[in-house]
Design a protein around this ligand. Sequence first.
Ligand SMILES: [Fe+2]
Length: 212
Amino acid sequence: MNARLSRRDALLRGAAIGVLKVAPLLGLGDAVSALIAQDKDPARKPTPWNEIGPFYKKLAPNQAKLRGPNDPGLPVTIAGRVFNTRGDVLRGAKIEIWQADHLGLYDLDGYRYRAALVSDSEGKYSFDSVMPGHYPARVCQHVHYVVTAPGHRALITQLYFATDPVFEGDPDGNYNRDPLVLSRELVRPVTLSGDPKAVQANVSFELVLERA
Ligand SMILES: [Fe+2]
């Protein structure tokens, strides 16, 4: 019996004993399908691996607000969901992120622009930061990730930005100008919001782990 069938059976059993309430206008089969759709997506490709780099620090704080009110640099909100390759939502996954400040400097003494987040009941995570700067050892702007969840292989990767000047507006053609950017998939679109005096960048980055 596959996992999808057993989940359906469990939901149908729940309906039989009254745990699952079904709206009168919705058939039981439709209701169960809707519940499964909320919880499960089609199979997904694992997020590509990328170098961990030299600046990882353990014990980063669980804080989603990395940007102070007067921090220089372009504000950016990065958000996404955590899944495994079967499409299961991973709740309670630990997402450690770290990045340089807008000038390309890492905080090696403290935890500025570092965090250890936990995905919520829908597998979501997000944090507010600034667009990382370039630094001499690396060509592209990037954010480092280590993502862990019980029963899954740790994902070590990096997020890149399609607006990085290095790509000259053509991330498809130029993503490998940084020899460490091994996958085009890690270069994510950037959308801007807010008024002209307070522009804000927004990036979506989904994380897909392989099962152990
Ligand atoms: Fe780095």
